[in-house]
Write a protein that binds this ligand. Structure first.
Ligand code: ADP
Ligand code: GLC
Length: 465
């Protein structure tokens, strides 16, 4: 079975959040399950073909879009088989993945070019699998093609829908489209199968609170919607081998974790003390609930001896608030504003607790990484956090969950965790359970394979192997 896997970010090339992690690891797991996967993504300006060893396999092929024609190039990474679509204007010189003013045009062009590249190369997929709104146009465009492939669309985050352009219909070749174009909505309409990244989020997005206006449509298509829990790349995220850590460790010899904690305290300019260390690694976006951390900070500092280490970037107001907090409490709060993969790894390793008070969380990889690195999550009970964390109020628990989206509830749950933390024996046992959870991708890959087969049947093809 040939699967065209369209995505806007993928490790090791470019990563903004968990989507990049997923697109780096899932194709490999699908290959292990016998699927022939072709990942296609844009060749952003920040990706240097020379440095990455890419080779150009097609130059200047025309892609029709609305009234104009764009020249595109196709590159391949010979080591991974990943294809990169380039267009000088939309991708060639741009260094931001998202947030360009014309991103709807940008990603529609990407989708058109990716489908055209497959046709020109004679690589005809059995299934087109798109991830999030930047690839939604491919689902809509290919839906109209004769003898089309099965269409699978995965929602990683319903908050972003590709609806910014006032009249975007002509981009899809539709000149009498009514109302504003919403690319995500189009893909949800056309896909043979819709998946999302956790079973709980699959239920949540069918309600007005989480549906961002598309819950009605998702309810109508609930027979085609399934939640498949993300996995974690266990080789890429392993404290026993992680080269970014000052000392490696594993579930059976967690002593190295103490060394990582002290090194982190030193690196972040905090006093090296035997106090609980709480880590946060997050996009600073309203989704992530970092406003609860800001609101609850005084109470945490007043009622506990804990230190906080926070890594993130995004919302200006949150960045300013965190900057002020670490200036006001330099011995308790250390903030690094920006994106740093190595520092994120040292925070997962050096912290005792990982705070993730998300307003909503389709799956969340950070809590899984934290658990694998022996940092117990304190998280809000939503989406994939519910599906990956068992609360320590259960005998086999290895984390902490709270319900109401209120800083008081977060602080109360943190206090509960800190009481447990003070008992080294039971804490060690819970940490061991966290570190040995099975988050491998293979189970998810089997579920995707099943969804691919179904999508082909819905598209009118006999199920392929
Ligand atoms: P989301 O995709 O919504 O951001 P996830 O929890 O699924 O949330 O994935 C976030 C990924 O991005 C994790 O791998 C996390 O370590 C990483 N990450 C988030 N913020 C940063 C940052 N500032 N620096 C480095 N890595 C980050
Ligand atoms: C999105 C979601 C996150 C999920 C990730 C990968 O970025 O916000 O919860 O883990 O996609 O599926």
């Amino acid at each position: 079975m040939k699967v065209l896997f369209l995505v806007s970010e993928a490790v090791p090339y470019v990563k903004v959040g968990g989507l990049g992690d997923v697109a780096g690891a899932l194709p490999e797991a699908l290959r292990r399950a016998g699927v022939e996967v072709r990942v296609v993504m844009p060749r952003y300006g920040l990706l240097d073909p020379q440095a990455l060893g890419l080779r150009q396999i097609r130059d200047n092929f025309p892609v029709e879009m609305d009234w104009r024609r764009e020249a595109c190039q196709l590159w391949e990474d010979p080591r991974t088989g990943v294809w990169f679509v380039e267009n000088q204007y939309f991708f060639g010189s741009r260094h931001m993945v998202y947030g360009n003013g014309d991103e709807v045009e940008q990603f529609v062009l990407f989708c058109r070019a990716a489908l055209e590249a497959c046709r020109l190369e004679g690589w005809i997929p059995d299934v087109v699998h798109g991830h999030d709104w930047p690839t939604a146009a491919a689902i809509r465009l290919h839906w109209a093609a004769p003898g089309r492939a099965g269409l699978v669309f995965t929602v990683h985050n319903l908050a972003h829908q590709g609806a910014q352009r006032p009249n975007g219909w002509p981009l899809l070749g539709v000149y009498d489209g009514r109302g504003p174009l919403n690319l995500m909505q189009q893909a949800l309409f056309c896909a043979d199968a819709i998946t999302t990244v956790s079973p709980t989020y699959a239920r949540e997005i069918q309600t007005p609170d989480f549906g961002f206006g598309l819950d009605g449509q998702l309810r109508e298509r609930s027979d085609r919607l399934v939640g498949i829990l993300n996995g974690l790349d266990l080789a890429a995220w392993d404290p026993a081998t992680d080269p970014a850590l000052p000392q490696n460790y594993g579930p059976d010899d967690p002593a190295g974790k103490q060394a990582c904690k002290q090194a982190l305290q030193r690196e972040m300019g905090l006093p090296v003390q035997d106090v609980p260390l709480i880590g946060v690694v997050s996009r600073l976006d309203f989704q992530k609930g970092v406003d609860l951390v800001v609101q609850g900070l005084d109470e945490i500092l007043a009622t506990t001896s804990a230190q906080l280490v926070i890594l993130g970037s995004g919302d200006q107001g949150l960045e300013d608030a965190l900057r002020r907090a670490s200036a006001a409490h330099p011995t308790r709060v250390a903030t690094w504003l920006g994106f740093s993969a190595p520092l994120s790894r040292r925070i997962y390793a050096g912290s005792d607790l990982f705070l993730m008070p998300s307003l909503f969380e389709p799956c969340g990889l950070s809590q899984m990484i934290a658990m694998r690195y022996g940092s117990l999550p304190v998280a809000r009970a939503t989406g994939g956090l519910v599906d990956t964390i068992v609360d320590c109020d259960q005998p086999e628990g290895f984390g902490y969950l709270f319900g109401p989206y209120r800083w008081e509830a977060m602080v109360q749950t943190l206090a509960r965790a800190l009481v447990d933390h003070a008992d080294p024996r039971s804490w060690g046992a819970a940490r061991n359970r966290a570190m040995t959870q099975d988050f491998s991708w293979d189970r998810a890959a089997r579920s995707y394979l099943e969804v691919y087969r179904q999508s082909m049947v819905f598209a009118g093809h006999p199920a392929a192997d």
